[in-house]
Design a binder for this molecule. Sequence first.
Ligand code: BYC
Length: 472
Amino acid sequence: MISAERIPNNVGLSGNKRLQRALEHWQPKYIQWWRDMGPQGFQDYHQVYVRTAVSVDPSGWAHFEYVKLPEYRWGIFLADPVHDRRIGFGDFLGQPVWQEVPGEFRNQLRRLIVTQGDTEPASVEQQRWLGQRCPSMYDLRNLFQVNVEEGRHLWAMVYLLHSYFGRDGRDEAEELLARQSGNRDKPRILDAFNEPIENWLDFFMFTMFTDRDGKSQLLSLSESSLDPLSRTTRFMLTEEAHHMFVGETGISRIVERTCQLLERAGYSEDVRRLGGIDLPTIQKFINLWFSLSLDLHGNEISTNAASYFGNGLKGRAQEEKWNDHQATEAMYELDVPAGGALEAKTIPMRTAMNEVLRDWYVTDCDAGVQRWNKIFERHGMSFRLRLPDRKFNRGIGMFSSLHFDPSGVHLSNEEWERRKHEWLPSPPDREYLLSIMAEPVYEPGRFANYIAPPLRGVNRQPINFEYVRTEA
Ligand code: BYC
């Protein structure tokens, strides 16, 4: 029986029999999926010190306790309603927001919610082996925190599907558990969510760059005229911030450790001989995960995006910062490929909404990279990490059939094939990373040689706290 204790919520679950029944039907399938596709080897004999959202107020969404992962209390929360909220953009600007799904936008809204929902279990699947290679107990716990919250984000989307989309919604909720990351026959919807995350450099880059796409997409969905979608995604953003913290600080700690190793060895030594991660490898993983995450913003010119905006389904990040919320006349200039060169083209702003969000995303990523570069400054080193050009390694959009180097210089197919591993992880790079992660570190307070300890522990606990307990 599903109860408020079992599923903490602020959506009046106990008074909504229809929703309760639908979730009761779905929950055992979810738990089975979590056991099969969630963290491998950490289901039954480990207690993890995780935070659980038990309400949306600041004291309630970070309640810490030890739990066995399959017993985590995945809750359903909507941010508090905004009094007299009005539609903030598009053709219905200024009208009251919707509490129900308008029939004419049902398919589009379902598609957006399903696409968002699909990424959440996908990321858990991608990360399911990482516990076996963890650099410390602190990091192991952070991995599981991210995983359970992605699980909760799936619950959030399933709640919307069950509540507002009837039979179709229930079918889609089942499909969210049936597709599998990387599966040839039933892959996840968006490409980046079918890529393997096999080592912790992948994981930290994923939480830095791909979770940041989560941030840009959730910001734009939180502008939605469908109020329950807006309120759900607004609350998800509080959790997303922690995931990006895990990624950004994870890389900071690797960079810090690499600088220390270089300093100790007099800068001339190959860091790999000291068991660290060399800076060119770190740069390659930035190139990979940044470009994959750029793809997640869709095509540069998109009639889907125009229609989402016009219909008020999906806005821009921080829509209130724009002056013109209808964008009927506004234009957007972008470079398009023309022969071997690029040509400036002006297109209606509405069709450029994916690109507008990508602009926001690139700026947000760049600020993070500049924070990493401060570490080199502190060590008196001239090396700098950077984002590759937007055209580099694209799989979606108008540059996907062409090749560019990280500075944006156009390359022939032949040159790309010959040189791509100068810029992207090569099989030997991956082998090396797996070799230094082969022995997991499970001892409280100890850290793998390639990563520095964090500045502080979780929830004011010491760094050597037993974040994951093993049952005898
Ligand atoms: N891979 O008109 P276009 C997160 C398809 S991450 C494969 O540009 P649209 C998280 C597209 O489906 C955030 N296919 O499409 C992070 C379409 O197919 P059809 C997730 C792609 O709709 C870490 C065709 O190309 N949330 O939360 O404007 C851990 C035409 O494209 C891709 C969302 O994505 C791709 N990358 O834009 C956990 C928000 N891109 O119709 C979680 C909801 C495009 O021709 N989704 N296609 O068969 C959306 O807003 C939109 O679906 C997209 C795509 C922005 C993704």
